[in-house]
Ligand binder design. Structure first.
Ligand code: AMP
Ligand code: ZN
Length: 468
């Protein structure tokens, strides 16, 4: 099998994937902050992580996948200021922060199911790993990487030699161009590890610590939880490209400062979903959620198909027109699979040839648009035996996740008036009254049904494409 290459943000190059442990992969994905519904931009991040995981499985790796749930500490500003998003939502909805987290996490899990996204090996919640986060901060403190201000414990980024290597940050440039007031921070890129509660007892979520009552900063949770569940050095970390300059840069700094060894081998980032050229973001109100797309008549898998049509490192320009195109292609795929399952024609077994092209596309940095082209070429290849084609398509679907096995003909409910017309036409045909029978067929068509006389019997199709 052709070797798997992945674009590593650390080196800005496609690299051959080599796992730390033979045949196994440890993978961590930054998950949602559960204070609101996930919009389709957020969901692109999870479709992407799902493809990474499925391609690894296709390459016969055993994948341990950890995804976090941020239910504390993510502030409205990335500069360690502003309100905690969870506390703000709890106030807005008059609920407990844990109820907010449970509710939005529940909706999110349903969204993932609708998009055929495989669940991770384990979901990990920030509030359930406070001890681990405190331990990690203590390790950093012992090694001299932290300092105290009046509102928290901060990481001193100037003490970590390679700070900013992921984002290729120009630290000197940042220092020189510093316009924002630093407050008590020593360097603009320093970040909070532990924030003190302004008035203990006022926040819903706060914990005692060796420093003061408070709560963890946002970045520390991902280091503490990934290292707990995957070890201090693991294979793959995924997230949206917005995480490169701050969140992931800080994860690397604090993890490597604490352990003294390399944190993650491959950093993979997906580009944004854009609407009218702009990044869709939850704080600006988001765009559609999956349920909203369903309400206006879209199958969630048409959205998944749309994601696969664009390479993950390219921005995905979303519009209802592009979604319509993906929907038509997905419906064509549905019709194709239904037809193929009925065909009994013999032909050649071209499975090996197409499987090779398919995996070549995916192993070349997860080229899903190319993999879809291979799939269509294979489906339209008349020489390829239909039954074998179906088997191969189902195998491809273990990566594509388009619900192929679940696509079956829907039994069409035929309304009584249509059935009466069909019966009348049948009678006229038996009487060899062809002209009259055709008039009945036209009446049926005007009512939205097409009928065809096939050797195997009558075929009835509703104009909206349900097939009987
Ligand atoms: P959040 O819940 O805001 O922490 O975001 C969850 C994930 O969605 C992160 O990995 C983000 O990078 C990603 N994300 C947010 N907005 C977009 C977008 N418009 N396109 C793609 N990914 C996004
Ligand atoms: Zn994270």
């Amino acid at each position: 099998m052709v070797e798997l290459k992945l674009f590593n943000t650390l080196s800005r190059k496609k690299e051959v994937f080599k796992p730390i442990k033979k045949g196994e992969v440890g993978m961590y994905s930054c998950g949602p902050t559960v204070y609101w519904y996930q919009h389709i931009g957020n969901l692109r991040a999870y479709v992407f992580a799902d493809i990474v995981k499925r391609v690894l499985i296709y390459n016969e790796y055993k994948v341990k996948h950890i995804v976090n749930i941020t239910d504390v500490g993510h502030l409205t500003s990335d500069a360690d200021e502003g309100e905690d998003k969870m506390e703000k939502a709890a106030k807005r909805e008059g609920k407990k922060a844990s109820e907010i987290a449970d509710f939005y996490f529940g909706v999110f899990s349903e969204d993932l199911k609708k998009l055929d996204i495989l669940p991770p090996t384990k979901w990990v919640k920030a509030t359930e790993h406070i001890k681990e986060q405190i331990e990690l901060i203590k390790r950093l403190e012992e090694k001299g990487y932290t300092y105290r201000t009046s509102d928290g414990i901060y990481f001193d980024s100037s003490k970590f030699k390679d700070y900013g290597k992921l984002a290729k940050l120009n630290i000197k440039g940042l220092e020189g161009g510093r316009r924002v007031a630093l407050g008590e921070k020593k360097n603009p890129t320093d970040f909070a590890l532990w924030k003190f509660s302004e008035e203990p007892g006022k926040r819903q979520q706060e914990w005692s610590s060796p420093w003061a009552v408070g709560f963890p900063g946002w970045h520390i949770e991902c280091s503490a939880m990934s290292m707990k569940h995957l070890g201090e050095h693991f294979d793959i970390h995924t997230g949206g490209e917005d995480h490169i300059p701050v969140h992931h840069t800080n994860e690397i700094a604090q993890s490597e400062a604490a352990t003294g060894k390399k944190f993650v081998n491959y950093w993979l980032h997906e580009a944004f979903l854009l609407f009218k050229g702009e990044k869709v973001s939850k704080s600006k109100g988001g765009l559609y959620t999956i349920s909203e797309l369903v309400d206006i008549g879209y199958n969630p898998l048409a959205y998944r198909y749309l994601c696969l049509l664009t390479h993950y490192r390219k921005p995905l320009n979303f519009s209802l027109e592009t979604l319509d195109a993906a929907k038509s292609a997905y419906e064509r795929l549905e019709r194709k699979i239904i037809e193929l399952r009925k065909e009994e024609r013999k032909g050649k077994d071209l499975s090996e040839k197409y499987d090779k092209s398919f995996i070549e596309a995916l192993n070349d940095d997860l080229n899903t648009p190319k993999a879809l082209q291979v799939m269509w070429k294979m489906l339209d290849d008349f020489d390829f035996e239909p039954e074998k084609k179906v088997c191969l398509l189902e195998k491809f679907d273990s990566v594509l996740g388009l619900g192929i096995e679940k696509i079956h003909e829907k039994k069409l409910e035929i309304p009584k008036d249509i059935q009466d017309l069909i019966d009348k036409r049948e009678l006229l045909r038996k009487q060899k009254k062809w002209v009259e029978a055709d008039i009945e067929r036209e009446k049926i068509k005007k009512k939205g049904y097409i009928i065809e006389d096939k050797p195997e019997g009558l075929r009835i199709e509703k104009i909206n494409k349900e097939i009987f």
